[in-house]
Design a protein around this ligand. Structure first.
Ligand code: ADP
Ligand code: MG
Length: 223
């Protein structure tokens, strides 16, 4: 699913290049659930953004599903994101003036799917995350855990191969975090590859494998 070799990423801050990811080698197989851990500033989000084709890297290679992800046009990057990837963020990133069903249906709208079919698929996804009864509610009428389940439904609705989750439980209490983790594990058991960035050991332990980042380097990778 993912093959990364000798990947380096710099940010240029004034005249000083900041070396954020250092010679990373990572392989992730289809169907794995991998946690990326590391303290704040270790490069986790930068790595996830590169994996999500939201950001470029400076050297090395990144293959996603055997496609080289390098020097893509914005059009190609968007096409690959739509085809392969689903995103889940700490802050949910739901659209506040759209209800749960409309938020979930949004990726399908961008795919050009007809309205009736969009509604059908988004309701099926809300049912899968246990929130069909909440379909007409706005995000501010939902609890944090419910918002994150809507965000997961939105990530799943385009049937991606890979779910990228950046601190998906970072804004949730521990009970709700456990529920969100269970949902991600369930999704993984149904065959989707899941990569989850987290600070929390309890969450990371739910994955098959933990990749530890420190100052942009992998310090160990346990299975
Ligand atoms: P993490 O997600 O592990 O907290 P990040 O990937 O967000 O770490 O950041 C890694 C390092 O890169 C940090 O030192 C951060 O300050 C720096 N950084 C992140 N984004 C940018 C940016 N857009 N421009 C410059 N420096 C950045
Ligand atoms: Mg981060």
């Amino acid at each position: 699913m993912i093959r990364i070799t000798k990947l380096n990423k710099f940010y240029r801050v004034g005249n000083h290049p900041l070396h954020v990811l250092k010679n990373l080698d990572i392989n992730i197989e289809d169907g794995e659930m991998v946690a990326i851990m590391g303290s704040s500033g270790s490069g986790k989000s930068t790595l996830l953004n590169i994996l999500g084709i939201l950001d470029a890297y400076d050297s090395g290679d990144y293959y996603l599903n055997n496609l080289l992800i390098k020097n893509l046009t914005e059009k190609k990057a968007a096409e690959y994101r739509n085809r392969f990837l689903g995103f889940v963020f700490q802050s949910f990133n739901l659209i506040p003036f759209k209800n749960a069903a409309e938020n979930v249906a949004l990726p399908l709208y961008y795919q050009g799917m007809a309205r009736k079919q969009r509604i059908r698929e988004s309701e099926a996804m809300l049912e899968r995350v246990g929130l069909l009864d909440w379909k007409t509610h706005l995000p501010n009428e939902l609890s944090g855990g419910q918002k994150q389940r809507v965000a997961i439904a939105r990530a799943l609705v385009s049937n991606p191969k890979l779910i990228l989750a950046d601190e998906p439980t970072g804004a949730l209490d521990s009970t709700t975090s456990g529920e969100v983790l269970s949902l991600l594990k369930e999704v993984n058991e149904q065959g989707m590859t899941v990569i989850i960035v987290t600070h929390e050991m309890d969450i990371a332990r739910g994955a098959h494998r933990i990749v530890h980042l420190k100052d942009g380097e992998i310090i160990n990778s346990t299975s």
